[in-house]
Design a protein around this ligand. Structure first.
Ligand SMILES: [Zn+2]
Length: 288
């Protein structure tokens, strides 16, 4: 079980329980009843006997306080805590309608869609009572949470999340080629980090067995599309080396206690060829 990659800050709370084998089927949205940053919210959950899996502040930052694999202390209802992922949103109005930051709501929609995808929740249902799987704190406990404003946004959150769930996302194979989608949009001419690094060409195709130039440096995408990193790759005209950030090296290279020289095209120099050398004022060979 994983947590969301949208998380920008983690401060784990000591307040959580086992889910006791209960699958995650619900999402419960709360308001903080305050204008707290994700950092301040994290501090509160260190001491106050309460917690939530996530918090979102006015800047749209996402805090992780309880791993998704655990039940948070958010809903004042043990059964609901066990089946729910809980999210706290920051208010930009104290009292009155308890307005919640627009940025927090938009990020919450993104986070909910991500939670659904990773936990196999096909769709969110906001029924206005506990028969749905998008729930409010005040469905379980006599509380003002989530406040009149956020409560009025539940149908909107439900429909926006469900829109995203039907959009293409992540790696999709089409016509024998891999493409990467984000909220229905095919990404092009950019890196994708998915535990390894990949490059999407101008047409959006995952580039394979090819050298590319990015910001003046050359990178190599192997036959499975993975960026070569800290390794030698054999090309038709010889060996080239790619450092741990994927950049093709030229000039001197120390590799496993031996020195190599890579010419201006990155090829390993072999067979008695002469190479340019530079020595510093102390007479030491300059290795860049
Ligand atoms: Zn609440």
């Amino acid at each position: 079980m994983s947590n969301s990659s949208l998380v920008t800050y983690t401060k784990l709370s000591p307040h959580y329980d086992s889910r006791e084998g209960t699958p995650i089927t619900d999402i419960t949205i709360h308001h903080m009843a305050g204008n707290l940053t994700v950092y301040e919210c994290g501090e509160v959950f260190q001491t106050r006997e309460a917690s939530a899996n996530y918090g979102i502040d006015g800047e749209g930052r996402v805090g992780l306080y309880v791993d998704e694999k655990y039940a948070s202390w958010a809903n004042a209802n043990a059964a609901s805590n066990r089946r729910s992922i809980t999210i706290e949103l920051a208010n930009d109005e104290i009292g009155g309608q308890w307005h919640v930051y627009d940025k927090a709501i938009e990020k919450c929609i993104e986070l909910c869609a991500d939670i659904c995808r990773r936990n196999g929740i096909k769709k969110l249902y906001y029924t206005g009572d506990t028969s749905g799987n998008l729930t409010r704190h005040n469905m379980f406990y006599a509380t003002a949470c989530p406040g009149p404003y956020l409560q009025s946004k539940f149908p909107y959150i439900e429909s926006e999340v469900n829109k995203r769930l039907t959009m293409k996302n992540g790696w999709i194979k089409e016509g024998g080629e891999w493409y990467f989608y984000k909220n229905g949009k095919k990404l092009k001419s950019q890196w994708v980090h998915d535990s390894k690094w990949y490059w999407l060409g101008k047409d959006g195709k995952m580039v394979k067995s090819n050298l590319i130039t990015y910001k003046g440096d050359k990178y190599y995408l192997k036959s499975d599309g993975v960026m070569a990193s800290n390794e030698w790759i054999k090309f038709e005209n010889g060996w080239r080396f790619f450092n741990k950030n994927g950049k093709m090296r030229i000039g001197w290279l120390k590799w496993k206690s031996n020195f190599y020289y890579l010419d201006s095209k990155g090829y390993m120099v072999t067979g008695g060829r002469n190479v340019p050398c530079t020595f510093d004022s102390d007479g030491k060979l300059v290795i860049k």
